[in-house]
Design a protein around this ligand. Structure first.
Ligand SMILES: *Cc1c(COP(=O)(O)O)cnc(C)c1O
Length: 228
């Protein structure tokens, strides 16, 4: 085997670690999607990743993502939006993404609702897993009602829950909590059992707690270019 370029090597290493974590948790690898988060990286890096076989990409800032996705319109790529989203930008994001992982406010549901959508947008409800109510995400106590409102909105499909583990702590309890909430939501909404959790530093723990969608940036892309 010829040596892989550094990007290909990092991708292969992460995929090995994903496979190891799935095996350790007795989980089927095909139940886990690896989304590569390319924020702050140029379109050329997305092309390199596409050549390496990556099809699922994610971005977190609309003003950066919109022109990047447009420049890459020739690729058969699927885009997820994972960052904080202003409701006045939501319709624009919907136009170039197949999924939004960060829906956490009624104003976003209203902005994304679309009676005439040809294809439904996949929506994950972001849950706040920290003690800080100012962080993104709905509070666990408000989740059930909010999920019901997403599920009944036209043109969007509730797929599951998303969370970011609190910084500087063992991520496992937060992921276990999200899994518990997911079981409750899944009982009401059988098509909404997906769990978007796990980033570069904690995807193995997320897989152990049932993650179905990993959002991995720097472990694959390398350090993000300085963004000022
Ligand atoms: C940037 C980002 C990621 C990826 O983070 P890494 O630590 O680089 O893997 C995942 N989720 C969200 C919401 C992000 O903004």
């Amino acid at each position: 085997m010829p040596d892989l370029p550094p990007l290909g090597q990092r991708l292969a290493d992460v995929d090995d670690q994903i496979a190891d974590a799935a095996r350790a948790a007795s989980r089927d690898l095909s139940s886990i999607s690896r989304i590569v988060i390319t924020k702050f990286h140029p379109a050329s890096l997305v092309r390199e990743l596409h050549e390496l076989g990556v099809r699922d990409f994610g971005e977190s800032r609309h003003q950066e993502a919109q022109p990047k996705v447009a420049e890459l319109a020739d690729l058969d790529a699927r885009w997820s939006f994972v960052g904080q989203l202003q409701s006045k930008k939501a319709r624009q994001v919907r136009a170039y993404c197949q999924a939004i992982h960060s829906v956490d406010r009624d104003s976003l549901i209203a902005a994304l609702t679309n009676d005439e959508a040809a294809t439904a947008l996949d929506v994950f409800v972001q849950v706040n897993l920290t003690d800080d109510p100012g962080r993104g995400g709905v509070l666990p106590s408000e989740l059930e009602g909010f999920a019901d409102r997403v599920a009944s909105a036209a043109g969007i499909e509730l797929r599951g829950l998303m969370g970011v583990a609190p910084l500087g702590e063992d991520p496992r309890p937060a992921f276990a909590a999200l899994r518990g909430l997911s079981e409750r939501i899944g009982a009401q909404h059988p098509h909404a059992r997906a769990l978007s959790m796990g980033m570069s530093g904690d995807f193995a723990e997320a897989i152990a707690e049932g993650a179905t969608h990993l959002r991995i940036g720097t472990a694959i892309t390398g350090k993000r270019p300085d963004h000022g």
